[in-house]
Design a protein around this ligand. Sequence first.
Ligand SMILES: [Zn+2]
Length: 233
Amino acid sequence: MPESKKLVIILLGPPGSGKGTQAELLSEKLDSYHLETSEIIEKNLAKAKKNDFVTANNKKYFLSKEKRLRESGVLMSPPLITFWTKNKIRELAKEENGIVTSGSPRTLYEGKELIPLLKKLYGAKNIKVILIKLSGKDSILRNSHRRSCELMRHPVLYTKETTKLKKCPLDGSKLVVRRDDNAEIIKIRLKEYKERTFPLIGLFRKQGLKVKEIEGKQSVEGVFKDILKVILR
Ligand SMILES: [Zn+2]
């Protein structure tokens, strides 16, 4: 297969850095596919029956057990996520789609598995890694105030610009605090990010990929403009 001209943009950042929102904006701007681990997981878990399992790396992963891990804020087993994600990436490359990801890969294991595949299908020079920086304190603050709309669950990031917002800018429905975002789970997610996701930066560099850092403590628009500067240069 000839090397693709399409870009793969990998967004990394702690919970609350707004990487999901940025990925959404970027995929629209670049006409690329927004690859979301959570969507892949939810689609696969939704159709799972009681005793279903997936065999990956010669090991069985029971989906009901994985579901419980996810509900407690812990990352699900990387081999299972990787298996599902690789399938999706191959499908996207075949259809010649550009990719924007937020939250994938999330662990060193996933990175070691996914980066070689992405390099093979898209070429190293077309892979852009962007780290949206945010302190632990700001991550917790933003997450504990994170809201989404009642109608479509559009997420609204907690920034200076959105504190007074009462209704969804897209559909006008009421904004509510996300029920799953309690303090303990937020802390677990942040710890998981620091211990398991952040070390990916070193791996990317070792794999010959450039990592650009963007300041996350600014408006959604500000972060977006900074990202565009980096990738459209
Ligand atoms: Zn909405």
